[in-house]
Design a protein around this ligand. Structure first.
Ligand code: ZN
Length: 370
């Protein structure tokens, strides 16, 4: 049967197509292929990286949705032929100048920021993923270039077999891809404001390994996921935004009024950890993340083993969370730190820490009211 569209229906249809064509994310992750002097891109990088980046974008979207944050992921700019736009920037110096051991990441970041300044409109957000060709000279053992994520920048590498077609393959190239692609997805997490964290015991049984724990070694081979606490941070990340607003303004007007970390219950050392408190703020805090980090803690890269939780404060900025100790992997050994992170909707994060010894549990009290 023939269907006749009314004028109204046609207008609605055009509007729908128009809004679909318009990208949802006003801010995009800057994707940069950084080439030192004398270096060449790895063959086929545009199409290989396109496929890999779209896969990671979908992974983040799936996890946001699964954790209750809706259909959100980081924005990627597209070229006219609908590929992920990769900005090629040529470094001022030769390959060794930018090596991993030589602090190459900082040096590249400095030059990339200078490029953005000299080319207005090319910087699409605060966040950047920088990919450099491997300099090891061995495609089955890539390396040599910066590979980490810190601040708003993260670094990954490209090599001949960095190709989605090997993902999940039970082969040397498949395992190699998990290492470097899982690595890229993990470092990108850092570049999108994420700290390390480990899956809770029961969540791990259901979903596998947290990407921001050791999921970079399982990605594509075994179940790997983002924790709800990680997604709560991404929910406030600039490149996940679906409307424009000011990001990363540190003048939050935040003041912690009261906070308690307590260990109620009859059995020792503890059945559960109870964290609660109240704060004042001008920029809204839409989630409070709590991490239980086991010794050694406090230093860089000692937080892979920190299980995480997230809770929404109520409208009076009160928050309360009960952590069952059976969800902790490391039990009653030595000391631990409870890290409470207040997540502002403009992407800023403020942290309050409290240290404890399992064999001498003293509740923590913070009080600015009295
Ligand atoms: Zn890491």
């Amino acid at each position: 049967m023939k269907k006749i569209f009314t004028l109204g229906a046609l207008i609605l249809l055009f509007l729908a197509i128009g809004s679909m064509a318009k990208a949802k994310e006003p801010y995009k992750l800057n994707v940069i292929y950084f080439l030192p002097q004398g270096d060449q891109p790895v063959e086929g990088y545009e199409s290989r990286l396109n496929d890999l980046l779209l896969y990671v974008q979908d992974f983040y979207r799936y996890e946001m949705k699964r954790n209750g944050f809706g259909n959100k992921t980081f924005g990627l700019e597209k070229t006219a032929d609908k590929r992920v736009k990769i900005l090629v920037i040529r470094g001022k110096h030769d390959i060794p100048y930018y090596s991993y051991d030589n602090g190459g990441g900082w040096k590249a970041e400095r030059e990339i920021e200078a490029y953005f300044k000299a080319n207005p409109g090319t910087k699409k957000s605060h966040h950047a993923l920088v990919i450099m060709p491997s300099t090891s000279g061995d495609d089955m053992n890539p390396g040599g270039v910066p590979f980490y994520g810190i601040g708003k920048y993260c670094f990954a590498l490209d090599y001949k077999y960095f190709d989605i077609k090997y993902l999940g393959e039970d082969s040397e190239k498949g395992r190699l891809l998990t290492k470097w692609f899982g690595g890229m997805a993990h470092e990108l997490g850092h570049g999108l404001n994420l700290p390390h964290n480990k899956e809770q015991v029961s969540v791990g049984k259901e979903h596998g390994t947290a990407l921001m724990g050791s999921g970079n070694y399982t990605f594509g081979q075994k179940p790997t996921f983002l924790t709800k606490a990680s997604c709560a941070i991404l929910n406030n990340c600039e490149v996940f935004a679906q409307k424009e607003m000011e990001y990363y303004n540190k003048n939050t007007g935040f003041q912690l009024k009261e906070m308690e970390v307590d260990f109620p219950g009859t059995s020792l050392p503890a059945d559960e950890i109870v964290v609660k408190g109240v704060f004042e703020t001008k920029i809204p805090v839409n989630a409070v993340n709590v991490y239980v980090d086991h010794a050694p803690f406090g230093q860089v890269n000692n937080d892979y083993d920190a299980e995480s939780w997230t809770v929404k404060p109520d409208k009076n900025n009160h928050f309360a969370l009960r952590i069952p100790c059976k969800e902790l992997h490391t039990k009653h050994i030595d000391s631990f730190q409870v890290r409470v992170r207040f997540l502002f909707e403009n992407g800023i994060i403020t942290t309050q820490t409290a240290d404890f010894k399992w064999n001498d549990l003293v509740p923590y009290r913070f009080n600015k009211i009295k």
